[in-house]
Design a protein around this ligand. Structure first.
Ligand code: AOF
Ligand code: ZN
Length: 362
């Protein structure tokens, strides 16, 4: 076994980012006599799986070769036929697997079928790395709820804008470029109406054309102006407005602009986010990147709805009691009740510090 081949398969898997949701990112490498004879990855939702793409690309007969694949090969008929069939037919003699597939239709069945056909299987190869690239898929298929990430940029003194509401810019250009890379991983971006009013954002993905996440605006009483960038671009970028209170005239105008309206209940903090997430999850949205503001962040945390946090911290100081921090609401009383991130990862972007970590939902 050579981990370098699984590393290659991981690199290949990531080439599918932005195109496979809600299905996983998967890469496969076929090795014969110490040489890579084929590579493949899952390129697009509903299309050939990584294993078949690799088999299709073989430069030599794969009979007797070994396959490295980042996810357990599937054994069911979905949009594609079972990969196990193709692996058996090709005469692969050994399969190295990264992640187990939590899909109930697979869930160990793929490994079992391969073994039953005399193929030797080694599991758990670079498992943590393989699991990490599919944290959204793993969560969504098990919980049947979208994976929720909270993202914010703040100053060194914990502010997301000045006392007058100015926030352009807290983080530097390199950090903001990184946000667009994050957006590519998520199938939707959510903000509250106050963020739309303050910033008039586009909320698109500038990294790659055609992979814009669905934009979701929480606007309980449909306050959004028809002249905002969001409404003006709704025919080109899928956009949802979640609201609570009926306003038929405004609703019709927004629908004509290409916006989908979803009516949800109200909680003490505004829109019922849990209900919204369940609803969008049923339509195939597997993940939400929440990008503001402080009120929405507070209701997410209070509702125990966060799976990951991304924070950009700029070495700038603003000061002022009236300048907002990233999380509004009333907060907790005791440090012992603080939300603690695990598996934290740190990066630096031209002097800005980036910290990300997982949150275990209680
Ligand atoms: C993928 N790409 O490379 C692998 C997947 O509806 P289907 O036939 O595309 O099946 C989707 C399931 O197949 C998916 O949930 C996962 O369990 C398994 N493996 N899926 O889209 C791939 N290897
Ligand atoms: Zn498959």
């Amino acid at each position: 076994m050579d981990e370098k081949y699984m590393k290659k398969a991981l690199e290949l898997a990531l080439l599918g980012e932005g195109h496979t949701s809600p299905n996983p990112l998967v890469g496969a490498v076929i090795v014969k006599d110490g040489k890579i004879i084929a590579q493949g990855y899952h390129e697009k939702y509903g299309r050939e799986h990584a294993e078949r793409n690799a088999l299709k690309n073989c430069l030599e007969d794969p009979e007797g070769a070994e396959m490295y694949v980042t996810l357990e090969p599937c054994c069911h008929y979905g949009k594609q036929p079972p990969c196990t069939d193709a692996i058996i037919r090709a005469g692969i003699k050994k399969v190295y697997v990264g992640s187990d597939d939590p899909n109930p239709k697979v869930s160990g069945g793929g490994i079992k079928i391969l073994k039953n056909h005399g193929i030797s299987v080694e599991t758990g190869v670079l498992k943590d790395e393989c699991d990490k690239i599919n944290e959204i898929f793993m969560h969504y298929i098990k919980e049947k709820q979208p994976f929720i990430a909270l993202k914010y940029a703040m100053t060194l003194d914990g502010k997301i804008s000045t006392k007058s509401g100015d926030s352009k810019w807290i983080s530097n250009e390199k950090s903001r470029e990184h946000v667009h890379k994050l957006r590519k991983k998520y199938s939707s971006i959510l903000v509250g109406i106050n963020t739309v009013i303050a910033d008039d954002p586009m909320l698109n993905c500038r990294i790659e054309k055609g992979v814009d996440p669905v934009r979701i605006i929480c606007d309980s009483s449909l306050k959004i102006s028809p002249y905002t960038n969001i409404v003006k671009s709704a025919k080109d970028i899928p956009t949802i407005i979640a609201y609570c209170n009926e306003n038929e005239e405004k609703a019709n105008l927004l629908k004509e602009s290409g916006i989908e309206l979803i009516k949800v209940g109200k909680t003490k903090n505004g829109i019922d986010l849990k209900e919204l997430f369940t609803e969008i999850g049923q339509t195939g949205i597997d993940s939400v990147l929440v990008e503001g503001g402080a009120m929405i962040h507070a209701s997410l945390l209070e509702g125990n709805l966060v799976d990951r946090v991304y924070a950009y911290i700029a070495p700038k100081i603003i000061g002022g009691r009236k300048a907002a921090g990233p999380i509004g609401g009333s907060g907790i009383e005791k440090m012992s009740r603080a939300l603690v991130l695990s598996d934290t990862e740190r990066k630096e972007f031209d002097g800005d510090i980036f910290i990300s970590g997982r949150v275990k939902r209680k």
